[in-house]
Design a protein. Structure first.
Length: 129
């Protein structure tokens, strides 16, 4: 029964992360759980790269006071993302899917954060400098 529940939850998470269409996610065509996890890790790495670029651009636009606030918020956000995704993936805790679910969750949250930082940069453009 536990495997059925974990499988159902995992399918729901995968659908949510992939926008409801798991076929659109290139990682879902992999043959083994190891390959799925490695692909999810690569996607997270790519998302983190975009996040870091976006964050650096925003930092460069900010004055000293706002820069400190952003740095504090970003550190807190990373801690929240990681803890929240660990909890979210805990349905598969101890299982082979756990790492993939953590990476999928972190990728989704990271992509959302990139959008938030871009919107913040746009909204602050008129206010700063």
């Amino acid at each position: 029964m536990r495997r059925v529940v974990i499988g159902a939850v995992a399918c729901g998470l995968l659908s949510a992360v992939a926008g409801g269409t798991p076929q659109a996610d290139p990682c879902r065509t992999r043959a083994s759980q190891l390959e799925l996890t490695q692909c999810a890790d690569r996607q997270l790495s790519a998302s983190d790269t975009v996040l870091n670029q976006t964050y650096r651009k925003l930092l460069a636009d900010l004055d000293d006071e706002h820069r400190v606030l952003l740095q504090k918020a970003q550190r807190a956000w990373v801690g929240f993302r990681d803890a929240d995704c660990d909890l979210d993936a805990s349905t598969a805790l101890g299982g082979s899917m756990y790492g993939m679910l953590v990476s999928d969750c972190r990728t989704a949250m990271t992509n959302t954060r990139v959008k938030e930082l871009k919107a913040l940069r746009t909204s602050l453009a008129d206010f700063l400098r």
